[in-house]
Structure formats: C-alpha cells, structure tokens
Design a protein around this ligand. Structure first.
Ligand SMILES: NC(=O)c1ccc[n+]([C@@H]2O[C@H](COP(=O)([O-])OP(=O)(O)OC[C@H]3O[C@@H](n4cnc5c(N)ncnc54)[C@H](O)[C@@H]3O)[C@@H](O)[C@H]2O)c1
Length: 387
C-alpha cells in the first residue's frame, strides 16, 4: 500500500447541530430532567484528562454492599453478572415513553434516591458536574465512544469510566448487507409495486423492470477497517465478493482510497468522523467510482458531501445508495434523496439490535467485576484513576 501509517487515528469529532440516538457521537447537555432527544454539543474526545484523585475501590464480595443504578437497556449474561455484584435497580431509558434522557443534575438525584454507588448509562447526558461529586465506584457507559460523559471530570474525581467498544459491529454490518441487497435488487420499489397492485406497470412485467447483476463475483470496498468494517468483510466474502479495505491505521488494510474507489462495485463507509474524514467522499471521489457503483454509508453522513452524492446519483454515474445516517439526524421529505428510487434510507438504526444490548451488558458488567476485584479492565477509559 502506498500511503503512510501513523500509530493512532485522530479522535472522533462532533460536527454540526443534531439530535442524537444511542449510538450518536453528537451529544450535548439537555435542560435538567429533559425528556427531549437533545441537540448538538461540543466536539469532545473521551480520552481521559489529567489524573486526579484515586478511585475509591476496595476488593470486596460486592453483592451485599454495592447498589447499581442502570438506565441503559441491560440484559443477558451481563445482567446476571451485575446482579451477582450488586443490588441492581434497572430502569432503562429505552422503556420510557416519551423518551427520557437525564442530565447530570437529574441523574445525580436519581442516584441519591437509590443510594447507588455504581451507575450504568447509555444515552443520558452527563456533562454537568453533579454526578461526578457522588461517591461512585464505577461509571459504565454502554457505547463505544463515551462522549456523553465528562471523562476528564470523572478522572479528576477518581471515578473509573468503562466503555463498550464494538458492541454493535455485527448489527451495523448486517444493516450494511441489508442495504446493499435492497439497493442492488431494488427491493423497495418492487415491494411498493406489489403493495399498490402495480405488478404489471406501464405495460411491463416485473421481470422486465427488475433485472440486476448478482453480487457474487463483484468487488466491495470497505472504508474504515475497524470493528464494523471487519464484521462486514467476512460477510461479504461469504457472499462471494472480493473485499478491499482502506484504513490508514490498519496495517492489514489492502488499498489506498483511490485504488479502492476505482476497483469497487460497492463502497461501504465505516470510518469515524474526524477532521481527516469529514467530507472525505466528495465530487472527485464519486467521479472516481466505477459507473453503476453502489455507495453505502452506515457510519455518519459527515463522511460524504451530500450535494456531490445527489449529483452523482442524479447523473446516473452511481447505480444507487443506501444510507443510515443524515446530518442533524434528519432528512427533509423534500430532499432530492427522498425522491430517488435507487436510494434506500434508514433512520440511524444500524446498531438497534437486542444483541447490541447483550454485548454492552457483558462488557460493562465484566469490567465492573474486574474493578471490584481490584483489577484493571481492558475497557477502562481512564486507567490513571487506579492505584
Ligand atoms: N449506524 C449506526 O447505528 C452505527 C452504530 C455504530 C457505529 N456507527 C459508525 O460506524 C463507525 C465505525 O464504527 P466501529 O465500531 O467500526 O469503529 P472502530 O473505531 O472500530 O473503527 C473505525 C476504523 O476507522 C479507521 N479510520 C480512521 N480514520 C480513517 C480514515 N481517514 N480513513 C479510513 N479509515 C479510517 C480507524 O483506524 C478504525 O479502524 C463509527 O465511527 C460510527 O460513526 C454507526
């Protein structure tokens, strides 16, 4: 591969104002006790700040002495493990209608109400100081990038923060596969034809309208060869596709970006949003793709230039697109993408599986078990809080 490599990718950033779901990197503090999905917030890395006071940890047989408040969806083996470590109050945000996402003040009140010393969250916005003044022995954050908590402040206050990297890799990879098939075989218009009783449309039978080239034997290019990219790679290989990958930080990635764009029939985006990746797919990159190529983005819309994507589709250069994310988490119904039959749009549901919840539950519960036993979990974000 021609491009150079460096030891570590830049930290993800948070461009633009947004509403945020559980996997969004786009977060901000809502008003106290807010029940709204919050809008945007400042770009911030979860990387820990300066070391502060030490964690208040003692290796104990914990179930009798610890109390855990869990506002994340939590299930499976991880829930069993946590129940063996602490008395658990399980009150997931996802079960609340209307949706309930707490800020730091409201969460601190809830923690005090339950007398908890372990807190596990997924989507609450803990950027304010209140929660970090409590004597927590662990703060579990059920997401890969715990950008909804103030890691620097937690570190300063000696609170260990745990995260759940790769929890939704399989889920997102499956959605990317689903979008690829939906675009390639035009499942959405075909489904609509049947629903509308239009099997025979404009004097044609469906077989005339819906022929496609099979995906087996085609080449797929994966941009961002991390947890999701790798989970997608083996699936596409299993479908009989040749898989290329581009990732300046993965020594085993196969291609430069230009090589990948020129050779791929399907291009799938799986990089984080960083200064380097924002708008990395623009008019020039779409032009370098093969005529008829399918573009998939189940990562973040900020990776491509929207106007350039619309232009490449409208000109017929691209064969289609499948997208699971939009700037500010919203696409206006009169946006050109909404009227294109060769575009399949999903509303940021890539990670939305029960398995994602089981995965993060296990990662966080195992991390808490290790902490309580006096160990150093792999998923600890701020190891400097430990002695
Ligand atoms: N649709 C959803 O619901 C959903 C859910 C989870 C994650 N995501 C998105 O998917 C992205 C990938 O998730 P992941 O768990 O695989 O993250 P990851 O950190 O495991 O992998 C990201 C990869 O991108 C690589 N990368 C960094 N800069 C790059 C560049 N300039 N060019 C190419 N590659 C680059 C990194 O080296 C890393 O290998 C996330 O950043 C997030 O935006 C979406």
């Amino acid at each position: 591969m021609a491009h150079g490599r460096v030891a570590r990718p830049p930290a993800p950033i948070t461009p633009g104002a947004t509403a945020a779901g559980p996997d969004s990197t786009e977060v901000a503090a809502p008003t106290a006790g807010s029940t709204q999905l919050p809008d945007s917030g400042p770009a911030r890395s979860w990387l820990p700040g300066a070391p502060g006071r030490r964690a208040r940890l003692a290796p104990v047989n914990a179930a009798a002495s610890h109390r855990a408040l869990v506002t994340a969806p939590f299930r499976g083996e991880g829930l069993t493990t946590l129940r063996g470590l602490a008395h658990v109050v399980l009150d997931p945000w996802i079960d609340q209608h209307p949706v309930r996402l707490l800020d730091s003040d409201a969460m601190a009140a809830m923690v005090r109400e339950h007398d908890a010393d372990i807190l596990v969250v997924e989507s609450d916005f803990l950027n304010g100081p209140a929660i970090y003044d409590l004597p927590l022995v662990a703060l579990g954050v059920c997401r890969g990038d715990p950008n909804n908590v103030d890691v620097a402040r937690a570190t300063e206050r000696g609170i260990p923060v745990l995260r759940a990297p790769g929890r939704n890799a399989d889920a997102v990879a499956e959605l990317a596969v689903a979008l690829m098939f939906a675009v390639n075989r035009r499942l959405v218009p075909a489904d609509r034809d049947v629903h509308e009783g239009q099997t025979y449309r404009d004097g044609s039978i469906p077989y005339q309208r819906y022929r496609a080239w099979q995906l087996a034997g085609q080449t797929a290019g994966i941009v961002g060869y991390g947890a999701v990219g790798r989970a997608l790679a083996w699936r596409l290989t299993g479908l009989g596709m040749t898989v290329l990958s581009h990732d300046p930080y993965a020594p085993d990635a196969t291609s430069t970006l230009d090589e990948l764009l020129a050779a791929s029939d399907v291009i799938s985006m799986h990089a984080p949003v960083t200064p380097e990746t924002t708008d990395m797919i623009g008019a020039d990159q779409f032009a370098r793709m093969k005529p008829g190529a399918v573009y998939l983005n189940t990562a973040r819309a900020y990776l491509h230039d929207d106007d350039a994507l619309v232009g490449a589709l409208a000109s017929g250069h691209l064969g289609g697109a499948g997208l699971d994310h939009f700037r500010k988490e919203h696409l206006a119904p009169d946006h050109p993408l909404c009227s294109m039959d060769n575009v399949v749009l999903t509303p940021h549901i890539g990670g939305a599986t029960y398995d994602t919840e089981a995965n993060h539950s296990k990662q966080i519960a195992d991390g808490i078990a290790t902490l309580l036993a006096g160990g150093r979990p792999d998923n600890l974000v701020n190891p400097e809080v430990l002695p």
